[in-house]
Each structure stands twice: as structure tokens, then as C-alpha cells.
Ligand binder design. Structure first.
Ligand code: AMP
Length: 192
């Protein structure tokens, strides 16, 4: 089973690369941001509570996203593997993911981090905001808060996987195909 954590700040290209990886490796895509946005669209209580935090560029509580991932793992027991996109975003989320995967007799294969500098992220997200319809992509102050939240709370997750020998950083600026080839090479190495 191939279980990949695709890591990086908002705007690093995780969504774009996920689409390509899913096709190549036949993985189930689990994006906690997408799952939360569908809760908002469905008008659920969870969605309403999450929206208040998302609109401020803040993370939603760990137990909310862990619960969503737990359900999805349960629903997809025959999957060839998973790509985790935007999750885990805190060390407790990473610990919970390890436990959940162990319950399914599997584990994370590797984490691949896309590295993009803060100015390029802001530029990309403002551009995405012109077409994505996402309110959190349309306001520069909010974007900077999301990047700060990433640097404060999410960046330490890289260390968590690095300690397990499951971490690779890849330059996320440049040609989409070249970046994809680099990710595939890392997956190849981690799967051997
Ligand atoms: P994303 O689509 O991954 O950029 O996520 C959009 C927003 O959803 C984030 O700014 C957070 O408010 C929330 N969110 C998504 N995934 C998580 C997570 N794993 N932990 C906490 N909050 C999350």
C-alpha cells in the first residue's frame, strides 16, 4: 500500500500534484480542506463551526479533522493507498494518523514536502482567488495569516516524519511536470 503525505504551505501546489499522483498510483485523495468545504456547502453544524475558523485563516480543532479522516479510512478499506493533502497539519494529527493506519495494518510510506517561499505563495493564492471562489484566497492579510499558521503549527510536522526517516523536501517552484517527476522519484525510493 502506498500512503503518501503531500506537505507544504497553502499555495505550494499540493492540489495540482495530488491530481497527477492519484491518476498514476490509483490513490484515494483525502484533503481535509475539501472535506471541510463540503461540510460547509451541506450546511452541517460541523461545517458552520469550521467556517468561522477557516474564515480567519486559523486551523480547526485536531479532533474534527482526525474524526473525518477516521471515517474516510473506514469507508475505503479496499483502497490501493491514500494521498493525504492538507493533513496532518499538527504533530498530534500526525500521531493520530499513525495510530489509525496501524489499526488498518498499514503505515505512511513517506512525506513529500513542496518548498515555496512566502512571497510566491501570496502571489499564487491571490491569483487562485480570482477563479477558485474561495474567500480565504481573496484577502492578502488572510493569506499571510494562513502562511503564519503553517509556519507556527504545521512546519514541525516535517520534523516528526524526518525522525522516522520518512521525509523528502522538493523545490515547488518551476515546471509542474518536473516537480511531479521529482515526487515520483522520491516515492520510488521510499517504496524500495
Ligand atoms: P486547505 O484547503 O488545505 O488550504 O484548508 C483550508 C482551511 O481548512 C485551513 O486554512 C484550515 O482552516 C482548515 N483545515 C484544513 N485542513 C486542516 C487540518 N488538517 N487541520 C486543521 N485545519 C484544517
Amino acid at each position: 500500500m502506498l500512503n503518501l503525505v503531500l506537505f507544504g504551505p497553502p499555495g505550494a501546489g499540493k492540489g495540482t500534484q495530488s491530481e497527477k499522483l492519484i491518476l498514476k498510483y490509483n490513490l484515494v485523495h483525502l484533503s481535509t480542506g475539501d472535506l471541510l468545504r463540503s461540510q460547509i456547502a451541506a450546511g452541517t453544524e460541523l461545517g458552520l463551526r469550521a467556517k468561522q475558523l477557516m474564515d480567519q485563516g486559523l486551523l480547526v480543532p485536531d479532533e474534527v479533522v482526525i474524526g473525518m479522516i477516521e471515517n474516510k479510512l473506514q469507508e475505503n478499506q479496499s483502497a490501493a493507498g491514500f494521498i493525504f493533502d492538507g493533513f496532518p497539519r499538527t504533530v498530534p494529527q500526525a500521531e493520530a494518523l499513525d495510530q489509525l493506519l496501524a489499526q488498518h495494518n498499514t503505515q505512511i510510506t513517506t512525506m513529500v514536502a513542496l518548498v515555496v517561499d512566502d512571497e510566491e505563495l501570496t502571489r499564487r493564492l491571490l491569483l487562485r482567488g480570482q477563479t477558485s471562489g474561495r474567500p480565504d484566497d481573496q484577502n492578502e492579510e488572510l493569506i499571510r495569516r494562513r502562511v503564519k499558521e503553517y509556519n507556527d503549527k504545521t512546519a514541525p510536522v516535517a520534523g516528526y516524519y524526518n525522525q522516522q526517516g520518512k521525509f523528502a523536501a522538493i523545490d515547488g517552484i518551476g515546471n509542474i511536470e518536473t516537480i511531479f517527476d521529482h515526487i515520483c522519484a522520491e516515492i520510488q525510493q521510499a517504496s524500495n
